[in-house]
Write a protein that binds this ligand. Sequence first.
Ligand code: EPZ
Length: 416
Amino acid sequence: MGKYVIKGGRKLEGSLRCESAKNAVLPMMAAALLTEGEVIIRNCPAISDVADMAEIMRALGADVRFCGGDLVINSAGLNSYTVPERAARKIRTSVLMLGALLSRAGKAITVCPGGCDLGGRPLDFHISALTALGAEIDFAGDKIIACTSKRRGAEIRFPFPSVGATENALLYAVTAKGITRIHNAAREPEITDLCGMLNSMGACIGGAGSSDITVYGVKRLKGTVYTPVGDRIEAGTYLIAAAVTGGKLEISGIKSENILSLLGKLRDNTCKIEIKNDIIYLQSVNRGRAFSVRTGPFPDFPTDLQAIITPLACIAEGVSEIEETVFGDRFRHTVELVKMGADITVSERAARIKGVKALIGAKVCATDLRCGAALVLAGLAAEGKTTVQNSCYVERGYAGFEEKLRMLGADIVKKE
Ligand code: EPZ
């Protein structure tokens, strides 16, 4: 499973350009199944979630290969609609094969997806949206069997602006006959980007980035060359890494408006932040102020940065409050941070963090992707040596994580 070994106490300083967003690239890979034309996704991060999605697509008959830093996909040879179970169980985005294969082949067989364990991750919004659009979906154990003979537009209203369910509905609706209106759609930048890519393939989507998206179905989609949006969660991770070590960082490759909620919290923590032409400059102080965070759908503070900003609260002056409103069980990192001397009490969906002078290095264990990144950042700030088990979780979403941190001055190595 691999581990990181970190010697803390070094300030991170330097500059970094972030990769294309993992959570934009993955749905775009599914979208590439909608056409027989070649799709090129630029600056694709070399992360295991992309490799797992590529494995699924190859099993379906698509040709998927890295060419330089780009991902080149050609699914003219698609010859199956049955998603391989082992790969499907590894990643959450395997569920997007439902929308993509129903759209392309009228059939799809997969299993309930895997992905980070963040408390129940049901599929009811996905199923109700695809059913409204004309799909017939049955379950046999954890197998999902879907088919459609009438792909028609529909009115869809999500009870919660689910990112994945919005993506599944879009992948299906773009070739459904007629008009589809998606209400209470997710507004994340990665959704806007997926719509941009689909429109570059000949789809006709309006309202992307708002809660109300309208799709005018088209008969056929063509290939495209598309550069996804920069990864705001990766960028946020490195900004917080600089803040928690008292360092400074210049980060480029993302739109600053996609990360304003984090920048506001870092300013509350007394970091100095400047933005010039979408390059973000952060200068931190040795011990910042406590702050409060309430996660929520975009443009609120992203749930994916909740664990990652927690180490900054652990060493801040005062008491911080962090509330998680998106997932039901996303505080497992706090158990590990307490082993490093953090003073955290969790009740239901809120964590109260009393800042301590310093964290102490310890042996800790990552339980998911963002928990792992949070523990590495805590190790960078801590006194002494920290070992973070299960580095494989971090490799799902961060390309060259330890190399980039070393380049910024961290003392970190990865060991098998
Ligand atoms: C996407 O997951 C991201 N993953 C997650 O990032 C991110 O945390 C999440 O959106 C929220 O922003 C990818 O894009 C690959 P949701 P997704 O559907 O689509 C409930 C990371 O670390 N829900 O918006 O699974 C669900 O249980 C990952 O990069 C239902 O109840 O998230 C959750 O409480 C982790 N029924 C809430 O909605 C459904 O049918 C938000 O889930 C679907 C979701």
